[in-house]
Design a protein around this ligand. Structure first.
Ligand SMILES: [Zn+2]
Length: 385
C-alpha cells in the first residue's frame, strides 16, 4: 500500500490539469490524458491485487477482493468507465451472444441522454448489474469525506433513476484509503476490486501495443497481444473478477474473441453477486478457527495447508505444529497440544470479545496453556473441556 500511496500523491497534480486536448470526462484508468500517472496507479493496483503477502492490507484496499481463490474456472466480467454510446452497445451485443453476465461500473459524468438510455437497458437486463464508479473518476484516496460522499451519491442517484438498486462500487483506479473505504461502506456500498487487470486501457492507449513505461506487468512477448495477456492471467488465477472498459473500441472489437477463447478453455461466466463464487464479497459469514460448528462442512477454510475441521468440542479447528493463521475480525488463534493426537497440535481461539471470553464456546473454558511446540510461550485460550 505504500507504493500505491506514493504513486497517488504524484498522480494528483496531473489529474487536476488534464491537458491533452481531451475533456476531463474522457480520462480513464491509464488513458492518454495522464499516461504515466495513471500507469503508476494501475501498476500499484496490480501489485495490490496480486500479491498475497499483502493479504493484511485488505481492509483499506480498493483493489483486493476478500475472496482469493476457489473460482473453479468461473470468470466475473466487469466493465468500467461507461456508458459510451459509441462502444457499449457492441459490448452488450457480444455479452448476449455468449449468454455472459456482466457488471458495468458507470461514471455519472457520462450520463448524456444516450448514455442514460444504455444505463436503463443495463439496469433492466437480468444478466447485467449496474454499479457505481463515482461521478467524476477522481482519486478518492486523497479526498475529504464530503467529496467522497458527493462523488458516490451523485452517481448513486443516477443509477437509481436508471432502475438499479445495486450497491456495488468500484473506486476509480482501484484507489482507496481506509477513510474513503469506510465512508463508502457507510453509504451502504460493497467495494469491488479485481483479480485480473486486462490492461485493455494500456493496449488502447498504445493502439494495440501496451508500453512497458505505462504498465510494467506484461511479458514482452504479449506487448502486442491483449488476448494472450488476459488468457495467461485467467489461467494463472483459475478465474475471478476481470477488469475491462466498455469505453474502448478495441475492447469492444476483441471481446467476442476473448469470450470465445475463455469458453474454449473451459471457463464459464458468473455474476458478481454469485455467493458460490464470491461468498466473502457478498457477505456470507465464513466460519474460521474458534467459531462454533456442528460438522466439518461448517469449517470450509484452509489452515496450515489442510482443510478446517469441526472439533469434538464444537468449534472449528485445524492441525498445527507451531502456529495457526488469524483472520480479519475473528478471535486470535493459538496452537495447543491435542489430547487426541499427541504428535500434532490443535488450533484454538484465544479468549477474546468475539467469543465473549470463551462463554460462547460451551464445551470450552478459558485457560492459560503453553504452545504445542514451545512451552515458553503461553496464552489464555478457549480450551476444550
Ligand atoms: Zn475507471
Amino acid at each position: 500500500m505504500k507504493a500505491l500511496g506514493l504513486a497517488l500523491i504524484s498522480l494528483l497534480p496531473l489529474m487536476s490539469t488534464v491537458s491533452c486536448g481531451q475533456s476531463a470526462d474522457s480520462c480513464t484508468e491509464g488513458d492518454q490524458c495522464s499516461d504515466d500517472a495513471d500507469g503508476d496507479a494501475m501498476n500499484a493496483a496490480y501489485e495490490d491485487a496480486t500479491t498475497d503477502a499483502k493479504a493484511d492490507t485488505y481492509d483499506c484496499s480498493g483493489v483486493r477482493v476478500p475472496d482469493r481463490n476457489g473460482f473453479n474456472k468461473r470468470v466475473v466480467l466487469t466493465f468500467d468507465d461507461g456508458p459510451n454510446p459509441a462502444t457499449t452497445p457492441k459490448v452488450i451485443e457480444i455479452l448476449h451472444k455468449h449468454h455472459a453476465p456482466a457488471t458495468f461500473f458507470n461514471n455519472g459524468m457520462r450520463y448524456s441522454t444516450a448514455a442514460k438510455a444504455l444505463a436503463y437497458q443495463i439496469a433492466h437486463d437480468p444478466d447485467f448489474l449496474l454499479g457505481n464508479h463515482t461521478q467524476n473518476h477522481i482519486n478518492l484516496a486523497v479526498q475529504s469525506a464530503a467529496t467522497v460522499t458527493s462523488e458516490v451519491m451523485k452517481t448513486d442517484a443516477l443509477i437509481k433513476a436508471a432502475g438499479s438498486n445495486m450497491k456495488y462500487l468500484r473506486f476509480p483506479f482501484g484507489s482507496a484509503s481506509c477513510a474513503a473505504k469506510h465512508y463508502v461502506e457507510g453509504l451502504g456500498y460493497t467495494v469491488v476490486g479485481w483479480h485480473i487487470d486486462s490492461a485493455d486501457w494500456c493496449y488502447a492507449a498504445g493502439n494495440g501495443y501496451c508500453k512497458p513505461a505505462t504498465f510494467q506487468y506484461v511479458d514482452d512477448a504479449l506487448r502486442n497481444d491483449m488476448i494472450g495477456f488476459i488468457m495467461q492471467q485467467i489461467h494463472q488465477n483459475n478465474g475471478g473478477i476481470i477488469l475491462m472498459h466498455d469505453i474502448h473500441q478495441s475492447t469492444a472489437d476483441h471481446l467476442d474473441e476473448i469470450l470465445t477463447r475463455m469458453e474454449a478453455d473451459g471457463f464459464t461466466f458468473a455474476r458478481l453477486d454469485d455467493k458460490t463464487v464470491l461468498p466473502k464479497l457478498n457477505g456470507v459469514q465464513v466460519k474460521f478457527i474458534g467459531d462454533t460448528c456442528t460438522t466439518n462442512s461448517d469449517c470450509t477454510y484452509t489452515a496450515n495447508g489442510a482443510p478446517g475441521t469441526c472439533s469434538a468440542a464444537g468449534f472449528c479447528t485445524a492441525a498445527c505444529t507451531t502456529t495457526c493463521p488469524d483472520a480479519n475480525g475473528k478471535a486470535g488463534t493459538f496452537c495447543i497440544a491435542n489430547p487426541a493426537g499427541p504428535s500434532v497440535g490443535m488450533c484454538v481461539a484465544k479468549s477474546a470479545p468475539q467469543n465473549n471470553s470463551c462463554a460462547l464456546l460451551t464445551h470450552t473454558s478459558a485457560r492459560t496453556l503453553p504452545r504445542f511446540s514451545d512451552p515458553n510461550v503461553s496464552a489464555l485460550v478457549c480450551a476444550p473441556n
